[in-house]
Design a protein around this ligand. Structure first.
Ligand SMILES: [Zn+2]
Length: 282
């Protein structure tokens, strides 16, 4: 093993390895995705003291393996365990989906600090840190949509949502827009079936709005429950379509969210007190 390296990391996943070890998948600010063996993590809780739970943000000492095998977790120092997320079913599922998407979209040895900071921001939002400290923060459901839009952008799959990809016309309110994996089509230019799905002009305008903004700017956006669900469907289908080409594995959390009896997709408790304005921030 080479000298340990220090990394800022978020735990995406963990899996048992043999009798006593675990393989942990991290997303690190410095190196992007890393997978490493945590020796004794399964048998002895003492060594890592529950620090290897998903979503945990930590300072990580990793010993690279000179022979090309998996690195080894030398030590961890928890910075934020995001405990509150684990007591809210919807927030837990959102965080699980965010970690799963980050894992599926990224590969080892390809760092993207923007993805690290996006995921960290989302976890703080779901944990309620911004609200507790009196900062402006979007509702969790808006934050989760923002995460999916920005992740697509950061991995190079952002679409032009404001204009028809053929005639360059603006989407007209009241007429459907057809979403394909390469862009949107107006009703006049659209032939055949929609590649991804049909949407309303308000949904694509809201996605464009979020894509162009930083997380600190989106707290004023108000999404009605039907509009939020429509945007969610577009993003779910886009992520599934692209990821199915990168990996044969399904994105399980999307499917669980659709089948859960608590139906987080249909329970707009986060936005029930807001006016339905369509798509634009005040
Ligand atoms: Zn057109």
């Amino acid at each position: 093993m080479a000298d340990p390296i220090g990394l800022s990391a978020i735990i995406l996943a963990s899996a048992d390895l043999g009798e006593s070890d675990k393989i942990i998948t991290f997303y690190t600010r410095e190196n992007g995705k890393e997978r490493a063996v945590a020796k004794g993590a399964k048998r002895s809780q003492k060594r890592f003291l529950n620090a290897l739970e998903p979503f945990t943000c930590l300072s990580l000492q990793l010993a690279p393996n000179r022979n090309g095998g998996l690195a080894r977790v030398e030590s961890v120092d928890v910075r934020h365990s995001f405990d509150a997320i684990r007591f809210n079913t919807q927030h837990f599922m959102f965080a699980t989906l965010a970690c799963e998407l980050t894992d599926k979209w990224t590969k080892e040895g390809d760092p993207c600090p923007r993805i690290f900071h996006l995921l960290l921001w989302l976890l703080h939002n779901l944990h309620g840190d911004a609200t507790r400290s009196g900062q402006h923060a979007p509702p969790a459901k808006t934050a989760m949509i923002f995460f999916q839009i920005k992740l697509l952008q950061f991995v190079g799959y952002a679409l032009e949502w404001s204009r028809c990809m053929v005639c360059k016309g603006l989407p007209q309110g009241g007429r459907p827009v057809y979403v394909s994996e390469r862009g949107i089509l107006c009703a006049a230019c659209h032939t055949g079936s929609a590649d991804i799905c049909e949407a309303c002009a308000g949904a694509v305008r809201a996605i464009q709005y979020l894509q162009e903004r930083e997380h600190s700017e989106i707290h004023r956006l108000v999404l009605s429950a039907p509009l939020w669900t429509e945007i969610w469907t577009i993003l779910e289908r886009l992520h599934k379509r692209h990821i199915s080409r990168l990996s044969p594995a399904r994105i399980h959390t999307y499917d669980i969210l659709r089948t859960q009896t608590t139906a987080p997709l249909n329970t707009p408790q986060q936005i029930s007190n807001t006016a339905i304005t369509g798509n634009r921030a005040a």
